[in-house]
Design a protein around this ligand. Sequence first.
Ligand code: 5CU
Ligand code: ZN
Length: 397
Amino acid sequence: MSQPSPPKAAAVVDIHTHMYPPSYVSMLRSRTEIPLVRTFPASPEDPRLILLSSEVPLLLEAESNPARSNQIIPGRPLTRHYSSLAQKIHFMDTHKIAISVLSLANPWLDFLSPAEAPLVAKETNTSFSDMCASHPGRLYFFGTLPLTAPTSEIQSCIDNLSRTPYCRGVILGTSGLGSGLDDPNLLPIFSALAEKNLTIFLHPHYGLPNQVYGPRQAEYGHVLPLALGFPMETTIAVTRMFLAGVFDSIPTLQIILAHSGGTLPFLAGRIESCIAHDGHLFSRQQQKTGGEKRRTLWEVLNTQIYLDAVVYSDVGVQAAVAASSGGERGGGGGGLERLMFGTDHPFFPPLGTDEQGEWESVSLNAQAVGRALGEGTEAAEKVMGGNAIRVLRLVGE
Ligand code: 5CU
Ligand code: ZN
């Protein structure tokens, strides 16, 4: 029998690609609060997926006034792209993606009761593992943790995932155990993940409080929560981890930040300056270390953080590479080793054209890498797949 071979150097790997297994979709269909799946009289054949708190006002309006003719239908269409494996493979083939590292889409298991979460985690992780096993060498996955359940359940899930051949890490939202990712109670979980060589894929869901989007937000569709709320949420979550010393406590913890770290590449300098000029942090640091030099955010970006390349512009790709180089301009210092291509499929489908063809959201991301680093260069090949193959230990068909 032939052994799996290492993927070709130029293989394209998608590390940011989601699914909801059919059992998860069934659960969403049965729910009355977000996240949920619902159909509306204006279009009874087309189920809608309603996920975000910013979508609740439209949902309530649609429920209270179902007959209104010019109703804006809440959510997004729940197409086959969300739960069909055949559709995922078709999408990969269309975009010449050799390997995908699948993850459950938001909001994962965050809304489940402590009693429900472990079983749903088990079912979901088994679904992903089975999907990967049915396409060996083409699919891997980030598992999902039952974070609302007791710690012993979370630890046992980590143990199981570490023994699952196609699992390479876990997808994590920003709420942690309920108090965010700077919660000291998360340290044993982060330690266990690091010990088992499971990388965290940190992904937003909650955005910012709805009032920041203003009274006209419904006129602007999903733009404000997705373009701005998501990236700010990620930036705040990882900055809180940094300020709480999580990276110093667990130097082997490895974390990939969705959407190129939100706004972290742009704001890391300001965060560093605010830390350096904060009297409270200064005296705490003096007491703790007697004035010993602290590790900067740039150093953490260069050693423990990876960024995906889901940023849709060469300006963003350049900033991500420079920030991952520890702030060195020109992409030295290893920044080119720390960026990984992704698509965010099945979100951002083409509108008004064939969803079976090429997706502009994918080509924008691929072109951004080519424009920033040179089409077909060694640097671009690393970002398009080489880095993911190395960091996530991926083996091809
Ligand atoms: O369109 C959206 O709401 C989303 C989402 O919920 N999650 C994601 O990863 N991308 C887009
Ligand atoms: Zn995503």
